[in-house]
Design a binder for this molecule. Structure first.
Ligand SMILES: CC(C)(COP(=O)(O)OP(=O)(O)OC[C@H]1O[C@@H](n2cnc3c(N)ncnc32)[C@H](O)[C@@H]1OP(=O)(O)O)[C@@H](O)C(=O)NCCC(=O)NCCS
Length: 189
């Protein structure tokens, strides 16, 4: 296993997590707007535990959700990266791409920019056959990022998230996919 410690995009460094990130990461995960498509905002303790799991994923697989830092200011922006899907579904085993950015960094294209760097890593460094993305059906901002990076909605892929209760309105999820051929087509377009 080779650790992919950092990636780069025009405006961002995608890097490993540092202990000093915890204050801003906890603030990000405590923001009700950022977390409106998740069951609840996280406490500082939950955010610290999540950061530990993110580091653990890198240790185990060499890739994960990288911390995002702006090159110009050094500001902590959030996270974007690749994760092994941790539950069973018709589309697993699979690697998913995901993102969570602090609100002050929305609307300037940074999530899509970071996601492009992650897809490049997925197909050229990791040589994955496919990357998936999923989110609750009402999370349109996240689906816009999926579309912006060339992912396609799988009309047969809609599923009920197994970690959410049956009556949770967040439970219905949509599935997007991109494979190597589609990615090559997108980058050449
Ligand atoms: C999902 C999320 C990352 C999207 O962030 P975002 O900043 O809207 O996404 P992008 O980086 O693609 O930016 C696109 C926006 O920037 C604008 N933009 C400005 N400059 C741009 C540039 N140079 N390149 C691309 N887009 C640019 C686009 O017009 C678009 O704005 P619009 O949504 O008003 O049309 C953000 O809403 C978020 O963190 N949400 C909470 C966490 C979450 O739901 N995560 C997903 C769980 S599955």
């Amino acid at each position: 296993m080779t650790l992919i410690a950092t990636l780069e995009s025009p405006r961002l460094i995608l890097r490993q997590w540092r202990d000093e990130d915890l204050d801003e990461f906890a603030a990000l995960c405590a923001d009700p707007q950022v977390m409106r498509y998740f069951p609840a905002p996280l406490t500082r303790l939950e955010a610290a535990a999540l950061m530990g799991r993110l580091r653990g994923h890198f240790n185990e697989y060499g890739f994960g959700l990288w911390a995002l830092e702006r090159k110009d200011s050094g500001a902590f922006v959030g996270m974007t990266g690749l994760l092994n899907v941790s539950f069973d579904a018709p589309f697993t085993p699979a690697v998913e791409i995901g993102w969570r950015l602090a609100r002050r960094h929305w609307g300037v294209g940074l999530a899509s920019e970071a996601a492009w760097a992650c897809l490049r890593c997925a197909f050229s460094q990791l040589q994955l056959p496919e990357v998936v993305a999923f989110t609750t059906a009402s999370n349109l901002p996240s689906q816009k990022v999926m579309q912006a990076i060339g992912m396609q909605l799988d009309p047969d892929g809609a599923f009920a998230h197994p970690r959410l209760p049956a009556d949770d309105p967040l439970r219905p999820h949509v599935l997007y996919r991109i494979d190597l051929q589609q990615w090559l087509h997108t980058v050449r377009a």
